[in-house]
Design a protein around this ligand. Structure first.
Ligand code: OGA
Ligand code: NI
Length: 349
């Protein structure tokens, strides 16, 4: 595996590019025509799930979740019980961080070794086409190195409270996902490593872009982890998911709906019954956008493979066993690519 010690070329902060007043974007942000944002004509939206029906394991809601996992890999959650003030507070805090002077943000500059901290690129391929975003990547897990910013000062308190709330939702979902597969209710939680799963956060900041038609805020990718809880911007849309070779825009039905999606590890564990679906982000000329992606992941050392209960002579295992850590290292050398990374592993069997 190639070394991922340092960036192959100097990294530009996208927010600084955006503020430079330049009306053309640098060449390394210009996507090939086939990858540029296209007009989304479809009027469909991802399924809406009511959390109250999940907690009480209501049959109809369980069925809606099952369909969402199989057909969409995405759903949006309402009535989740996470307080509006907490959600607003979390978004505002990151907005404030990304608007801090460069001297502040620079202190947390990340490297491709762990990606922890403030960054503006993914992948280490020299000369790669880049995405129009800055981000902050944080590991929550106690055993991992954590690199919390100390500006704004209350960021850590807010984000730890936020984490508790998301973990509460995560446990409910893994239970429902397990039952829907005909398994013991704690089966997936155990496969993730039990009570203390791996959790990390990617705060995304998409600055205004003078030529939004030529680039993307985040290239097409599937999330490598277990499942993702995405808190989108309250005012500005941008997330699109791939459905039958078309891009569907995600339209939150309520300002505080939380988007939930299946990651690659759940696709592997479910032997492809649940789908980890490609998605991307488009940017805007007059609006910046902030979003918080919370990755509810297996612990690093967990060996992930199709659950034995789901492997039969008619449905053989589609993926080789791999620890989550190895899997993540494998895709981190590549950056976000326009294909489902996990599917490319099938051919290596
Ligand atoms: C991600 C992601 C979507 C968004 O961070 O993996 O897909 O809307 N984000 O920012
Ligand atoms: Ni994603």
């Amino acid at each position: 595996m190639e070394s991922v010690g340092e960036w192959p070329e100097p990294v530009l902060c996208v927010q600084s590019l955006s503020e430079s007043g330049n009306l053309v974007i640098p060449n390394q942000y210009i996507k090939p025509p086939s990858e540029r944002p296209s007009v989304c004509l479809t009027d469909t939206n991802i399924p809406v799930i009511d959390m109250t029906g999940l907690i009480s394991l209501r049959q109809e809601t369980m069925k809606q979740v099952f369909e969402a996992c199989r057909e969409w890999g995405f759903m949006q959650l309402v009535n989740h019980g996470v307080k509006t003030e907490l959600l607003d507070g979390a978004r505002e805090i990151w907005q404030e961080f990304f608007h801090a002077p460069m001297e502040v943000k620079k202190k947390y500059a990340n490297s491709p070794k762990t990606y922890e901290g403030f960054g503006s690129r993914l992948g280490v391929e020299k000369g790669a086409i880049l995405d129009w975003n800055d981000y902050y990547f944080l590991n929550y897990h106690a055993n991992c190195q954590t690199k919390w910013p100390d500006y704004p000062p209350y960021l850590r308190d807010v984000m730890e409270e936020y984490s508790k709330e998301i973990q509460r939702l995560g446990k409910v979902f893994l239970k429902v996902f397990s039952i829907n597969l005909g398994l013991n209710e704690d089966c997936l939680q155990n496969a993730f490593g039990g009570k203390d799963i791996g959790a990390c956060l990617r705060a995304n900041f998409y600055p205004k872009c003078p030529q939004p038609d030529l680039t993307l805020g985040l290239s097409s990718h599937s999330d490598p982890g277990g499942m993702t809880f995405l808190l989108p911007d309250k005012r500005v849309s941008g997330l699109q998911i791939r459905k039958n070779d078309q891009w569907v825009s995600v339209k939150p039905v309520l300002p505080n709906a939380i988007i939930v999606n299946i990651g690659d590890q759940l696709q592997v564990l479910s032997n492809s019954i649940y789908k980890s679906v490609e998605h991307r982000v488009v940017v805007h000329q007059d609006e910046e956008r902030v979003s918080l992606a919370y990755f509810y992941n297996p612990r690093n050392e967990m060996l992930i493979q199709p659950l034995s209960e789901l492997v039969t002579s008619k449905t053989p295992a589609l993926y080789p066993p791999m620890t989550f850590d190895d899997y993540r290292r494998f895709i981190r050398t590549k950056g976000p690519q326009g294909k489902l990374q996990v599917d490319s592993l099938k051919s290596t069997r």
